[in-house]
Each structure stands twice: as structure tokens, then as C-alpha cells.
Design a protein around this ligand. Structure first.
Ligand code: NAI
Ligand SMILES: CCCCCC(=O)CC\C=C/C=C/C=C/[C@@H](O)[C@@H](O)CCCC(=O)O
Length: 284
């Protein structure tokens, strides 16, 4: 049962036209938020906006064609959202692809796009700029916590999203911005993105390992979009969380506890033969 807990809040979701972005947008609208749908797929975005207008009323969702790799388009979409709704409270940087062949495109979308969307979110929401504070939810993956051997570049982008987002969460807190940043790491989710697993054109360097994809899917499990969206909503609602990394697997969701010290990393130091000599920089 949806409640109007997000009434009056304005959210941006990138990659909103299908898959997880559509699921996140749906649950935000169900709970009273207004949502700006950003996506590069204009037809799917306009169709979804029309469907949302029917379901939630015409003034609660807008669609803006936007390629997250374009600084100009993302800035323009943020500006139009703020003009339309008067504020921005939640930004979900969700747009992502898997392409190990055109891997620079994957980096541009999955990592650079998240950095761009995060910094624009800070620009609009941070109290220093007259904003109301807010929340950024960046979508990583289980592949951001451990290597997905079929997709090394995808793995790198998702590791990057986690590291970047955790650092921004701390920096925002230290700067008194009033903006929290959390990260969602789902296992395999039943969306069109999984077509990559059978697409030789996108397999890139390790096409030879494609056959392992089904095993990896079986090993890690498959979840459905509405289930992930429920956990996304929990992450949105929990105002105590900043820098939190939530995994979603078939068994449910849990927060990742990262080692907070060298000791906790159970580092085994390489034995040193002689203590390091530290040269006096003033003498060089
Ligand atoms: N499906 C899965 O198994 C999992 C997906 N994820 C992540 O969740 C996010 C969403 O993935 P899915 O919904 O599964 O994918 P999807 O392929 O179903 O949807 C991705 C959406 O992003 C849009 N998009 C692609 N490039 C774009 C760009 N340059 N600018 C703006 N929009 C763009 C697409 O048009 C599409 O609507 C991605 O970041 C993905 O890495 C994380 C874990 C598991
Ligand atoms: C390849 C298509 C990507 C689909 C979109 C996703 O993000 C799906 C990611 C889902 C699961 C990823 C799991 C990664 C698992 C590895 O980290 C793990 O198998 C490594 C195990 C290492 C160890 O046990 O020591």
C-alpha cells in the first residue's frame, strides 16, 4: 500500500524510461513525489510519461530527453526540472549500460554520467546555494563490490560509482551541504539490460567467457524490478543513512559494512628488511 510520504518532494531519475529507472520512478510517484524522467530514449520516455499522466495525474511527471554523457543536456534537464517544479530534493543516477566492446561508452555513461549527475545534484540541493538539502541515490551493482569476470570494465565502473559516492557522502557531510549520498547494489535484475549476456557484439575482450553468464546469474540470483524498487524506497526514506551501500539479493537487502581501519582490513604487511629511509625534502 503506497502512502504519500514523499508528498511535495521533487525527484530526478536518469535512465527512467525502462527497467529499474521506470521502477524507481513508479514507486516515487506512488508515494507522492513529482518525478522528472531523464532518458536518451525519447519514444520510450514520452510513452512512459503518458502512462504516468493517466495513472498519477498530468502535473506529477515530466519527461526530458537527456544523454547523461552530455554536460549541456544534463545541465539543461536539471534547469528545466527546477523551473517546472520549483525545487529538487532527490536525484537517482541510474542510467547505465553494459558494453565491454565499446567500453569507453560504458565508462562515459556508468561512471562519468554518475559524477556529472551527482555534482549537478549538489549544485541544486546544497544549502550553501540556497537549496533545501536532499538525497542522491547512485545505482551501482553487486559488480561494484566484487569482480564480474565476464565484464571487467562494467565492474570497474560500478566499483568507481561506490568509491566516488562514498567519498562525496563524506565530503558533503564535512561541508555542511545537507545532501546525503547512498548507493544501491542489486544482483541480476530482470530488465532488458540482461540481453548483454547473450550479445556477442558487446562481449568485448572476454567473449570466450560468455557461456559463464548463466552460471553467474544462477550463483548470484535474479530479482524483479518492483522488489528492488521497494528497497530503493527504504533507502530514500531512511534519513539516518549517508554513504550507505545497500545490496539487494533474492534473500533480501542488507547494508555493507566496510572495514574502517587497516586492522579491520586484515592486512598482512610485507616483511620489511630494513626500515624505510625518509629523505629530508628540504635537502633536495
Ligand atoms: N539489470 C541488472 O541486472 C542490474 C542493473 N544494474 C544497474 O541499474 C541501472 C539500470 O539498469 P537496467 O534498468 O537494468 O537497464 P535498462 O537497459 O533496462 O535501462 C537503462 C535505461 O538507461 C537509458 N540510458 C542508456 N544510456 C543512456 C544515456 N547515455 N543517457 C540517458 N539514459 C540512458 C536507457 O535508454 C534505458 O532506458 C544501470 O546503472 C545498471 O548498471 C545494477 C545491477 C543489476
Ligand atoms: C554482465 C551483465 C551485468 C548485469 C548487471 C549487473 O550489474 C549484474 C551484477 C550481478 C551480480 C554480480 C556479481 C558479482 C559477483 C562476483 O563479485 C563474485 O562472483 C566474485 C566472487 C569472488 C570470491 O568469491 O572471492
Amino acid at each position: 500500500m503506497a502512502c504519500k510520504s514523499l508528498y511535495g518532494k521533487v525527484a530526478i531519475v536518469t535512465g527512467a524510461a525502462q527497467g529499474l529507472g521506470k521502477g524507481f520512478s513508479t514507486i516515487l510517484l506512488k508515494n507522492g513525489a513529482k518525478v522528472a524522467l531523464f532518458d536518451i530514449n525519447e519514444k520510450a520516455g514520452r510513452d512512459l510519461k503518458a502512462s504516468f499522466d493517466q495513472e498519477y495525474g498530468e502535473d506529477n511527471a515530466i519527461f526530458l530527453t537527456c544523454d547523461v554523457t552530455s554536460d549541456e543536456q544534463l545541465k539543461d534537464a536539471f534547469r528545466k526540472t527546477a523551473e517546472k517544479f520549483g525545487r529538487i530534493d532527490i536525484v537517482c543516477n541510474n542510467a547505465g549500460i553494459v558494453d565491454e566492446n565499446n567500453w569507453e561508452k560504458a565508462v562515459a555513461i556508468n561512471l562519468n554520467g554518475v559524477v556529472r549527475g551527482t555534482y549537478l545534484a549538489l549544485q541544486y540541493m546544497k544549502k550553501e546555494n540556497g537549496g533545501n538539502g536532499g538525497l542522491i541515490v547512485n545505482i551501482a551493482s553487486l559488480a561494484g563490490l566484487g569482480p564480474l569476470l565476464t565484464s571487467p570494465v562494467y565492474t570497474a565502473t560500478k566499483h568507481g560509482v561506490i568509491g566516488f559516492s562514498r567519498a562525496v557522502a563524506e565530503a558533503s557531510k564535512a561541508s555542511g551541504y545537507g545532501v546525503r549520498v547512498n548507493i544501491l547494489c542489486p544482483t541480476f535484475v530482470n530488465t532488458p539490460l540482461l540481453s548483454f549476456m547473450s550479445n556477442k557484439e558487446q562481449a568485448g575482450q572476454f567473449t570466450n567467457l560468455m557461456a559463464m553468464s548463466d552460471d553467474l546469474l544462477k550463483l548470484n540470483g535474479l530479482v524483479e524490478v518492483p522488489e528492488v524498487a521497494e528497497y530503493f524506497l527504504e533507502l530514500v526514506r531512511d534519513e539516518s543513512k549517508n554513504g550507505a551501500v545497500m545490496i539487494v539479493i533474492p534473500e533480501g537487502a542488507s547494508y555493507v559494512n566496510f572495514p574502517s581501519s587497516k586492522e579491520e582490513m586484515s592486512l598482512t604487511l610485507v616483511s620489511r628488511k630494513t626500515p624505510p629511509t625518509v629523505s629530508d625534502p628540504s635537502s633536495s
